[in-house]
Design a protein around this ligand. Structure first.
Ligand code: ARG
Length: 421
């Protein structure tokens, strides 16, 4: 049921923070990679010594801006499930490592969407929020993507309104206090859910102005627009952890642009999503009486033509699976020329329609798991569709904290206060 859904990664990895032994080894490996690919930064030794000393003292270390940008770009380069990696070097990296409170996280997610949407000329972007550090847990974003549509049970008909993938998530945010629109629709944008150790779980409605959507129509069939379908312009994954050189950034939303099939052959077509193959086939007047008329396949093609046509007409960046497959082979060639392995997961790379028509079908790939990487932790994966489990214990209610006692603890405790659970 959770077959491939497009871009990056999902490797079950042990929960962070990693023990200090690991962070030292991972830091060294990463710094060697960075200096190896950037000869102008000089020999790795001085920086490595500095970082190891910092780890000894604090249990972690701070990336330079150059290291952060490189780490994020290489995490994309290493995303075995992503067909769109040709442009990995152009990823915009927004350094928001100072941001750890929920309100600013949400506001910067909105700013991410605005600047990544760029009026339709979508720019691949990552926003990196505060890292995990000893005694200072990082913020979490629960949502799978910054923009996702709610799913509701319709009490009268027993059918689902909206995206069935988010039925449980929607129910949970409503329990937490989210008020859906007065009339529930098929494309109601869910609120952002940000959790911090200090503030607990908080809900944030995205400003309408940063939610760019495309209304779907068909190049020939006028009735198609009457189906009232739409999709959001920017796919921004927000529940994966960016892992660079032993440092974890659990909140690091990133986006590219869509490949049409992600919407037309999965989001709108899967039986457990919008399930629109039947209705489209019916409007097309196809003979649905038996499988061998290939009515599903024919409806699928028209649905996907509508997606590409509509995004192009709205001047929102989108790519098709033929173009993107060719680009991916270019990427593989370039990586090989650079003397690197390029990990790829065949079952995710091959597009969900017309697989063998694309060149990526007809070969095998390296499957090594490389770092830096975007990681989908099992708990984060569950939170993204169900709203559970929480990342942190509920913060104590606003009763006065026992500050005097904490203050009398040693200086280290004061510098890095442990939030009262
Ligand atoms: N497949 C996901 C979706 O349909 C998006 C995954 C990321 N895709 C991308 N083109 N960067 O929303």
């Amino acid at each position: 049921m959770t077959a491939p859904t497009g871009c990056p990664v999902a490797h079950g990895r042990a929960p962070e923070p990693a023990p200090v032994g690991d962070i030292r080894a991972e830091a060294e490996q990463f710094l060697r990679l960075f200096h190896g690919e950037h000869p102008k930064t000089g020999p790795v030794q001085p920086r490595l010594a500095q970082v190891l000393a910092e780890i000894d003292e604090t249990g972690t270390y701070r990336h330079t801006e150059g290291e952060l940008a490189f780490g994020a770009r290489v995490a994309w380069r290493n995303s075995a499930r992503c067909i769109g990696r040709l442009y990995w070097q152009s990823l915009r990296v927004r350094d928001m490592r100072k941001v750890r409170d929920a309100g600013t996280v949400a506001a910067q997610c909105a700013e991410h969407l605005r600047s990544a949407t760029n009026g339709g000329r979508i720019r691949p972007t990552v926003t990196v929020f505060a890292p995990e550090a000893p005694g200072r847990p990082a913020p979490r974003i629960w949502n799978e993507q910054l923009i996702r549509y709610a799913g509701y049970w319709d009490a009268e008909t027993g059918a689902v309104i909206g995206d069935p993938r988010y039925l449980d998530f929607t129910e949970e945010v409503m329990r937490l206090g989210w008020q859906p629109p007065a009339t529930r629709g098929r494309f109601d944008v869910l609120p952002l859910v940000v959790e911090t150790a200090e503030e607990g779980v908080t809900l944030h409605e995205l400003p309408r102005a940063v939610i760019h959507e495309v209304e779907l129509s068909h190049p020939e069939h006028n009735w198609f627009a009457g189906l009232g379908l739409r999709w959001h312009a920017v796919p921004a994954i927000s529940h994966m952890r960016l892992s660079i050189g032993g440092v974890s950034y659990p909140a690091a939303p990133f986006n590219g642009w869509y490949m049409g099939t992600e919407i037309g052959a999965r989001n709108l077509a899967d039986r457990d999503r919008y399930d629109l193959i039947g209705p489209v086939a019916e409007r097309l007047g196809l003979d649905t009486s038996h499988d061998q008329t290939l009515w599903r396949d024919r409806a699928l093609v028209e649905l996907n033509r509508a997606v590409l046509h509509s995004f192009n007409r709205a001047e929102v960046t989108i790519t098709d699976h033929h173009t993107e497959s060719a680009r991916f082979l270019t990427h593989l060639r370039k990586e090989e020329d650079a003397g690197r392995k390029c990990p790829a997961d065949w079952s995710w790379i091959v597009p969900p329609m017309s697989g063998a028509l694309t060149p990526v079908f007809h070969r095998y790939y390296d499957t090594d798991q490389l770092t830096p990487e975007f990681v989908l932790d099992p708990d984060a994966a569950r939170r993204g569709t169900t709203g559970a489990p929480r990342a942190f214990p509920e913060p104590a209610a606003a009763e006065p904290k026992k500050l005097p006692r904490i203050r009398r603890l040693n200086w280290f405790t004061r510098r890095a206060p442990v939030p009262v659970p």
